[in-house]
Design a protein around this ligand. Structure first.
Ligand code: IPE
Ligand code: IPE
Ligand code: MG
Length: 247
């Protein structure tokens, strides 16, 4: 009996999105970059709702990278302000729709108001599981690996870990994504075909989808198209096509 049909038609369990192109969206309209970010935040709300309707269980959104601190201070401050407003205004909505909020990244380095709002929202939504919304904030894969190595080393010094028993499964417990399954589909908007330090290890076997649409223009229809593309792919995980197509 073939099982490929089931596998192929499955909706991805975890979709991760590199939300890129806010600045260019604004520039095209002769608007300040911040307007693009504002539009981008509105789009986040729509995409979260649509992902939830589609039955996606994990949605990770790359909202601020460790490298984004290098942008002009005015833009960074505006992004933090938008983030704060988003968390504060959306917690009620998340509770209503049974969405659990999670974060990955060096969260403690964010402005304290943002940290507090995130912690409050995560606490208030921790019992929900209709959709897990994960915000990647002050996130970068390389700092994630460094942080994981440091935490592992501390555990090793405390005799809680052994080198001989170390395998990927064990090591991955020290990543920010502990308890979050690997992404099945990683989408990047805006036409750039690069990963920009996002989920480098977790994406080892993810399917990638690149679209020219700027993030504020990546609407429900575009997410559905990305998922249709995903469904047509055959994930082999190192095996042969014959192996994954037969029981
Ligand atoms: C993505 O849009 C949002 C963040 C990185 C915070 P950009 O701001 O990178 O938009 P472009 O790439 O300049 O168009
Ligand atoms: C990646 O976009 C980060 C986010 C979407 C938050 P960037 O716009 O920062 O990436 P680069 O600099 O073009 O690679
Ligand atoms: Mg960009």
């Amino acid at each position: 009996m073939t099982k490929s049909k089931d596998q192929i038609t499955q909706i991805p369990n975890h979709v991760a999105i590199i939300m890129d192109g806010n600045g260019r969206w604004a520039k095209k309209r002769k608007l300040p970059r911040i307007e693009g970010h504002r539009k981008g935040v509105n789009n986040v709300k729509k995409i979260v709702r649509h992902a939830s309707d589609l039955g996606i269980k994990y949605l990770t959104l790359f909202a601020f990278s460790v490298e984004n601190w290098n942008r002009p201070k005015l833009e960074v401050d505006a992004l933090m302000q938008l983030l704060l407003r988003f968390i504060k205004s959306q917690t009620k909505e998340m509770k209503k729709n049974k969405i659990r909020l999670g974060v990955i990244g060096r969260i403690k380095e964010l402005p304290s108001k943002v940290v507090k709002a995130l912690e409050k929202s995560m606490d208030e939504t921790k019992h929900f599981d209709h959709l897990n919304l994960v915000l990647a904030l002050n996130y970068g894969s390389r700092t994630e690996v460094l942080d994981a190595v440091k935490s592992f080393s501390t555990a090793f010094k405390n005799n809680e870990e052994s080198i001989d028993d170390l395998d990927w499964n064990r090591f991955s417990n020290y990543l920010y994504t502990d308890n979050i399954p690997d992404p099945d589909l990683i989408i990047r908007t805006s036409g750039e075909k690069r990963i920009s330090n996002f989920l480098l290890l977790q994406g080892a076997y993810s399917e990638y989808y690149f679209t020219d649409k700027y993030w504020p223009d990546f609407h429900e229809q575009e997410l559905s198209e990305a998922i249709e593309s995903y469904k047509k792919r055959e994930r082999r995980f190192g095996k042969t096509g014959e192996q994954v197509n037969t029981n």
